[in-house]
Structures are given as structure tokens and as C-alpha cells.
Ligand binder design. Structure first.
Ligand code: PMP
Length: 431
């Protein structure tokens, strides 16, 4: 890393803890960025990278998309934030979401995915009067207390007590139960241990926070059955999968309809916007409808976020653009290409993913649940991403991290990245 980035990163470190505004932005090198357009981002020293990190998946159409940016500019010329009643933008965005997401009859907008899952958990507890939440080892649902635990756990901590932060009350940690993804027996066991005490089961239908575990259809259907039987709220956290894999989220693809859905990230193509949707019955537990669950947020539904979401969703709906056709095609090209390079070189790798997401796991055999990911060669995984950055393709340099393809990527980007990957993997095979 050359000097301008280094100087800026050092200035940041003096006044921002670790020099970053979110802990996972700190990746051991002093990165500082000047611009990001389309599939490309440019650092402060003019280094140009094809971006597969996509701001942890918040970029769907490509950086600084003109359709989105222009819509935001037009909207804020008229209105910013009033803070009573509603606006045309809020109603239009809500209608687009209700029309798109199968489980959505009503929707609220929040500013981040963490707020959306926070509201979902509180709503589930408020509606059922029960204390426990059940989540899965490997899934991440945001930074706040009830859900922070057991994401990427070391083998000795997996499924055990593994809060990701200090400062969380024991009660908050202990009221979140941990099961194994794609394993209904582990869920049944917890229901048997805590009868009529589990308010919600929350999951990423595709656990993208450990790359891309693919859900078995019988697992999702089984969760639907178990939760219905026990009067428990089923929450699909589609903050990553929503809008990215289908306009209606993964629930549109799998045909299993949860009670509540959270979404965020990509729906604003880089602008801060997220939300929570569900049936009118359960959403009516919020105070403005006469329920008892508090709903609050100064910036919720602000004009720039709403305009960004509306513009992004309209691009996704446009048959001429064919967003899903494009990213699924390029995703397949990337996954098949990487798998065949690894196979030729005799490297034990599984290229996982769906649609726009591709994830190189460095392991042998099947990948069904978190248990299998403990076999991943984390060093090789991180080294591959690090070396791809050196070649000019930006992939977050840590094991189990997913890569994203946007509408702005072309076949030429994919083929160039595949050629770089061939060099990198051949060098790794020789060592
Ligand atoms: N849910 C999932 C599935 C996520 O991946 C994330 C963020 N990585 C969140 C919730 C939290 O979203 P935010 O960072 O916008 O608070």
C-alpha cells in the first residue's frame, strides 16, 4: 500500500477506533478509497480493483449507479425528512415491497439490518409473550445483544456459549438458543427443552455469513411445520438474500413463507435502508396500530433512503435489464470456472454459492452445515483472497467470506478474474 492511503489510514486511526467505522473493515492493511463506480473501486493512490466485496453485499447494481443516484437527487430537491405522518415516497416503497415479498402484507422501514432484526425479535417476544429466541450456529443477524452470538465460532466454541462481544448481559446471551443448520433434530431438541418458551426461530435462509450454506428444502419446510405447531414466529433474515437472489427473496425461490422477513443491504444499492415485513396480524402488534410493541426511529423512511430503494427495485423489475438473468449467468460462469481450475490443479476446493454469490471453500467432501465448515482450510482460503487482491480482484481477505457479482460486472470481468485465479491457485499448488 502506498503513501496517500497510508497517511489517511493513520489519520483515521488517531481519531476513529482502529481507523474504521465497523470492525470488519479492518483487514490488516491501511486501505483508503477515493472512488467507486460500476464494478470498479479506486484507492487513494490510484490502485484500481474489480470489486467482488460489494460493501458486504450492499451493492447490487454496481457502485454509484446513476439511476439510483439521480432518483435520490431528485427526491431530496423536494423533501428530506419531516418526521410526522408519511410521504409519497414511503408509501411507494412500501407498496413495492409488499408486492414483491410473499410474506409481506405490511412493512416498516429501518435504517440498518440490525434494527430490522432487533424489531423482529422484539415483535416476536411481544406478540407471543415468550422469552427465548432460537438461531443457528454460523448465522449473523446484526450487532445487537440478543443475536450477536455464535457466528464464526472456533471448533471448541461452536454450538456452545460464544458471545461475540463483551458488554452483553448474560441473560441476553442465555435467552438465545443455538441449533445446527440443516439439522431439524437439533431444533426439535431445543423445543423439547423449552416447551412454550420459544418466541421465534430466526435464520438466514441461505447462511451467507459463513459463505453459502445451501438450505435443504425439507429443512425449511420442517422449520415451517415445527414453528407453526409450537406457536413460534418464523423469521427469515433476508438482509443478504433479499432482492439479491430474487425480487421476493429466497422465500420466493423455496416457496416456504415465514411469518416475518427482514431485509436491507442491497435494496438501496449502497444507501442506508432496511426493513421488516410480515402478516398484517403480527405487524399490528406495533404501537401505532394499537399494539404494545414500541416502534421508533428518527430517520426511518427518510427521502434519500426511500428514493434509493424505489429506484433499485424498479431496475430489478425491468425486463429489459434482466438483472437476475445477468447475475445468475455470470455467477455460474465464475463458479464453474473456478471449480474446474481447482480440479485441474488437484486443489481440494468446493466453489459454493447461488446466483450472484460465489464462495471458494478449501475443503473436501460435502458441505451441509457449520460442522462441515470446520474442515475448511482457513489459511488457504484467506491467502487466496489476499492474493486475488494483489492481482486486482478485490475479495474480502478472510476465510468463509462470500463474493458478489453486480449488474455492472461483465463476462470480461469474470474471465479476467478467472485468469488471475488460475495464476494464484497454480502458485498455491506449487508451494
Ligand atoms: N442480517 C444479516 C443476514 C446480515 O448479514 C447483516 C449484516 N452483515 C445484518 C443482519 C445486519 O445488518 P446491518 O449491518 O445493516 O445492521
Amino acid at each position: 500500500m502506498t503513501s496517500v492511503s497510508r497517511r489517511l489510514a493513520e489519520a483515521a486511526e488517531r481519531i476513529i477506533p482502529g481507523g474504521v467505522n465497523s470492525a470488519t473493515r479492518s483487514i490488516g492493511a491501511p486501505w483508503a478509497w477515493r472512488s467507486a463506480h460500476g464494478a470498479t473501486m479506486t484507492d487513494m493512490d490510484g490502485g484500481v480493483y474489480t470489486d467482488y466485496h460489494a460493501a458486504f453485499g450492499a451493492i447490487l447494481l454496481g457502485h454509484s449507479d446513476e439511476r439510483v443516484n439521480d432518483a435520490v437527487t431528485r427526491a431530496i430537491a423536494d423533501i428530506d425528512l419531516v418526521g410526522v405522518g408519511t410521504t409519497e415516497l414511503e408509501v411507494e416503497a412500501a407498496q413495492l415491497i409488499v408486492d414483491a415479498i410473499p410474506s409481506a402484507e405490511m412493512v416498516i422501514s429501518t435504517m440498518s439490518g440490525s434494527e430490522a432484526t432487533f424489531q423482529a425479535v422484539r415483535l416476536a417476544r411481544g406478540a407471543t409473550g415468550r422469552p427465548y429466541i432460537l438461531k443457528f450456529q454460523g448465522c449473523f443477524h446484526g450487532s445487537y445483544d440478543a443475536l450477536a452470538r455464535n457466528v464464526i465460532s472456533t471448533p471448541d466454541r461452536a454450538w456452545k456459549r460464544d458471545p461475540n462481544s463483551s458488554g452483553i448481559l448474560d441473560d441476553a446471551v442465555d435467552h438465545t438458543l443455538i441449533a445446527e443448520f440443516n439439522d431439524l433434530a437439533s431444533v426439535e431438541e431445543l423445543f423439547a427443552l423449552h416447551p412454550e418458551q420459544i418466541a421465534a426461530v430466526i435464520l438466514e435462509p441461505v447462511p451467507h455469513n459463513v459463505g453459502a450454506l445451501l438450505p435443504e428444502q425439507s429443512f425449511l419446510e420442517g422449520l415451517r411445520e415445527i414453528t407453526r405447531k409450537h406457536g413460534t414466529v418464523l423469521i427469515f433474515d433476508e438482509v443478504i438474500s433479499g432482492f439479491r437472489h430474487a425480487l421476493g427473496g429466497y422465500q420466493e425461490l423455496c416457496g416456504v413463507t415465514p411469518d416475518l422477513t427482514t431485509f436491507g443491504k442491497a435494496m438501496g444499492n449502497g444507501f442506508p435502508v432496511a426493513g421488516l415485513a410480515g402478516s398484517a396480524e403480527i405487524m399490528s402488534n406495533f404501537t401505532p396500530t394499537g399494539g404494545t410493541v414500541m416502534l421508533a426511529g428518527t430517520f426511518n423512511g427518510n427521502a434519500s433512503s426511500m428514493a434509493a430503494a424505489i429506484a433499485t427495485i424498479k431496475v430489478l423489475q425491468d425486463p429489459e435489464v434482466d438483472f437476475y438473468g445477468h447475475v445468475y449467468r455470470l455467477g455460474d460462469r465464475m463458479r464453474t470456472g473456478l471449480q474446474s481450475i481447482a480440479d485441474h490443479l488437484g486443489i481440494a476446493a468446493r466453489i459454493a454459492g447461488i446466483g450472484s454469490v460465489f464462495v471458494p471453500y478449501f475443503l473436501e467432501g460435502e458441505v451441509r452445515g457449520y460442522r462441515d465448515l470446520l474442515r475448511n482450510n482457513t489459511e488457504a482460503n484467506a491467502a487466496f483472497h489476499r492474493r486475488m487482491i494483489d492481482k486486482g480482484s478485490f475479495m474480502y481477505p478472510m476465510a468463509l467470506k462470500r463474493n458478489h457479482i453486480s449488474l455492472a460486472h461483465t463476462e470480461a470481468h469474470i474471465d479476467r478474474t478467472l485468469a488471475q485465479a488460475e495464476d494464484v491457485l497454480a502458485a498455491m499448488a506449487r508451494e
